[in-house]
Design a protein. Sequence first.
Lengths: 161, 382
Amino acid sequence: MDEILEILEKDARITPEEIARMLKKKPSEVKSAIKKYEKEGLIVKYKAVVNKELRKDSDLSVRALIEVNITPQKDVGFDKIAERIYSFPEVNSCYLISGTYDLLVIVEGKNIHAVSNFVAEKLACLENVRGTVTHILLKKYKEDGVVLKHKQEHKRIAISY
Amino acid sequence: MQISKKVEKMQPSGIRAFFDLVLGMEDVISLGVGEPDFVTPWPIREAGIYSLEEGFTSYTSNKGLYKLRLAISRHLKERYGLDYCPEEEILITVGVSEGLDLCLRAIVNPQDKILVPQPSYVSYGPVSELAGATPVYIDTQKDGFKLTPKNLEKNIDKNTKALILNYPANPSGVSYTKKELEELKKVILQHKILCISDEVYAELTYDFEHICFSSLSGAKNNTVYLNGFSKSYAMTGWRVGFACGPQEIIAAMTKIHQYTIMCVPITSQMAAAEALHSGKKSVEEMKREYKRRREFVLQELKVLGLECIRPDGAFYVFPRVSKTGMNGAEFAQRLLKREKVAVVPGSAFGGQFSDYIRISYASGYAELKEAFFRMGRFLKKI
């Protein structure tokens, strides 16, 4: 993998100048590579990883994983109906998967009613949706490679040979 | 109680007071650390935990777990084309430190001399003395911290028993290409001395392929090859290393090892075996990260105007600071007091290196950035 991507995936706030120093390249080279990645959609966006469990004021405190069974449509397969589903703002993530159901939809809501309303009134009544199974997410341990638990940091001794 | 004369004669590190100062201070950004900032990769830690769960809590054979010796033997074959027999030519040690101590004690007779190119890792001289040898320090300053065949030959006499060669080196980071090693080998074979090759930073060589000294043609019988898991797999606290060498030397080392250490803790040996089995990917990742940090640090030093030899490996740079009007010790002390950044004065690695400091880049990127920002501020004010 391109090292620029490797660096940015770990910390998107590292500047092109700093990356250039690390990779012994010109800042302009790094800048244009990043621009290219952005244009190609390889880099989609930059965001902070927030541990919402610690956010007391969060109005999106309930997350549900919903298994959705759908009937694929002629010519477009699952894509069209997936689009109709993921376009709802309540939908955080949407994946087509193999196995006993078709789409895994992750939904965020203020509370359990909001989530169940979404499922009952919007998702389940879509044409082509044959059935849903909703799992409420209880606790997040790790997300996208990041462990969310705040661990006590182990310190190395400050001076050693 | 009268302490052993030999031990009393040993000089405690001249910069002990500086260390105490660092350890007593809070919120210090330390670039003085000689170990990786990574945690041991999880599969390796998991193997240690699993071995405990399974009840592996006993001694192992003195030489170490056979499966670990076998894994090392296979690894060396694959990596360097080396043939070390796991039964007779490999010994598992408590880090490279024990391997070095055992080797010196196994070979030294009174009057023997051990060659130590400097700047060098702190223990080489004192451990040679403890073994009853006289260390002969070779200054490599004018050759960019590298031992040249000429400089080596100049320092050999009839009492010379062995050379301790460390590459990539702590504290300078320099390493040797195959051609350079071949030239050193010639001198070593010609004078029939032993090369004790400490290659603990081997996996962290950035610009060329690391060549194992004993893999040079004809060198194996004159080499004791020392390595360990500490630096490459971020396993410093596990204390596992290994020594490979001619059967009679390994047998002699094992004799001492069996009376003094018995065996390396089994948990650590189990984890080390897993490191060889599944750790390669993590090593590669860590290496890429260190390499990026090296470039960053070299650039920062350039901006600060501190001259420095470009290191080939390990995670240290060894810049000269005399241009600032301070020697290494003053620089380190004042930097610590004013900006709470710790580096190691060069004199720790040999008396004549008082104009240098050692900076370790085994620290996270954010820390390095902040440390160099502070160093810049420090230098502007003097």
